[in-house]
Design a binder for this molecule. Structure first.
Ligand SMILES: Cc1cc2nc3c(=O)[nH]c(=O)nc-3n(C[C@H](O)[C@H](O)[C@H](O)COP(=O)(O)OP(=O)(O)OC[C@H]3O[C@@H](n4cnc5c(N)ncnc54)[C@H](O)[C@@H]3O)c2cc1C
Length: 378
């Protein structure tokens, strides 16, 4: 009996929903499976906002990928008739000249001739009143930066995938998979067994359960997002006036934040999260010390946060490779199985482009990007 599916996508978070959509849009018969009902708050793609930046301090190799992602987010808004998935606010990067943030941003801007404005110390508060200039810090402004609405992005990708004929099965957990002698795959779930020619594994922080020793080393860290109450008038914190920001302090600690939303003013610490041996056991309750950690870090830049009311908080895991780069590769000896890591705490912005390139890898065997930096055996 022939299988009704060309490709099975396991995990329909940021990466899987985009991949299922691009595969279906290119005529593949897709089965997408998720253990929950995406968008949900159990994985790494919730919390109402994700920063997108073009002047990519982590490495210039990400610049073409984020540029393509930006185009595809706009296309997704149009094709799914969902405006407001991407809001451009510009992005402020604050740090010492010697910091990884400022050095890396200058390198990416130079290599790709990207607009990146240096804001003088005495101009910072005129431009962005809530920001106090910190002594010795540089301020760079990336005009293309902004934020995405992750839950609505995932819903839009899944909606379009369905429109293009994909079968989406939710609240169904994949228990295991195997390569079949004919060069395809068999996937076993809590509801049944399915066969297809190809398999894409985009299981986020649960990736290790499906890959075991075949996969990369992935370390999960528990992160807390906090929404604080603003001290006064919201007007200067609105998206039209307040940029997304990252600030690296002298000791390397990085904090980031967003314009205000209905839920409050969202901020967090980048990395330094509590290690989580198994995401299924991750503590989901918020304790006072979780809030205190974020409050102390953010108060280094915004002193009033030391006494601010907390309106909301959420827990969300980063899943890091050892070098914090992504993994996008087929498994050794199994060209029918493509895997994509959950992207080390900075992947959401790329999901639209990763979906497109993963569909190309599955269908064409190659894609428009050089994926060698993301190989398993790098
Ligand atoms: C607090 C926080 C802040 C972040 N900030 C940013 C940011 O500002 N900008 C940015 O670009 N990135 C950011 N990131 C990173 C980004 O959100 C992640 O890289 C991205 O969301 C990962 O998507 P994913 O699809 O790999 O994982 P997920 O979205 O977690 O999706 C994985 C899916 O697989 C499903 N699944 C897993 N196992 C199974 C199974 N056995 N059977 C069936 N289904 C299964 C899960 O239910 C889930 O739906 C942040 C991450 C966090 C946690």
């Amino acid at each position: 009996m022939t299988s009704p599916y060309d490709v099975i996508v396991v995990g329909l978070g940021a990466m899987g929903s985009a991949t299922a959509y691009h595969l279906a849009a290119r005529g593949q018969r897709v089965l997408g499976i998720d253990q929950y009902k995406p968008p949900h708050a159990m994985g790494s793609s919730h919390g109402e906002s994700r920063i997108i930046r073009q002047v990519y301090y982590e490495h210039p190799l990400y610049v073409p990928l984020v540029q393509r992602a930006h185009e595809l987010w706009r296309k997704l808004e149009k094709d799914s008739n969902t405006p407001g998935l991407l809001t451009v606010t510009g992005g402020l990067m604050l740090g010492r000249e010697s910091s990884g943030l400022i050095k890396g941003a200058r390198r990416a801007a130079a290599e790709f001739s990207l607009p990146c404005e240096e804001i003088r110390h005495d101009q910072l508060q005129d431009r962005f009143p809530p920001f106090m200039p910190l002594s010795g810090m540089k301020a760079l402004f990336d005009p293309a930066a902004g934020f995405l609405d992750p839950e609505r992005c995932i819903a839009a990708h899944i909606g379009l995938a369905v429109q293009h004929g994909a079968t989406i099965q939710v609240n169904e957990r994949v228990l295991g998979w195997m390569a079949t002698p004919g060069g395809g795959v068999k996937v076993r779930t809590t509801q049944g067994t399915y066969e297809a020619g190809r398999l894409v594994l985009t299981a986020g922080p649960w990736m290790h359960e499906l890959l075991g020793a075949m996969g990369p080393t992935l370390n999960v860290e528990r992160q807390t997002l906090v929404w604080f109450e603003l001290p006064g008038d919201r007007a200067m914190w609105e998206p039209s006036r307040f940029p997304v920001f990252l600030c690296e302090f002298e000791d390397g600690q990085l904090v980031y934040g967003f314009p205000v939303s209905k839920r409050g003013w969202k901020v967090a610490v980048h990395y330094e999260g509590e290690p989580v041996p198994d995401v299924r056991e991750m503590r989901r309750t918020i304790e006072p010390h979780d809030i205190a950690r974020v409050r102390t870090a953010v108060a280094r830049l915004f002193g009033w946060v030391a006494d601010a009311n907390v309106l909301d908080a959420a827990v969300c895991p980063y899943t890091d490779t050892l070098d914090l780069r992504f993994v996008i590769d087929v498994l050794p000896g199994m060209p029918q199985v493509l895997i994509s890591s959950p992207c080390s705490g900075h992947g959401f912005k790329f999901a639209s482009a990763i979906g497109e390139l993963q569909a190309a890898m599955v269908i064409d065997g190659h894609c428009a990007f050089d994926l060698s930096p993301f190989r398993l055996d790098r």
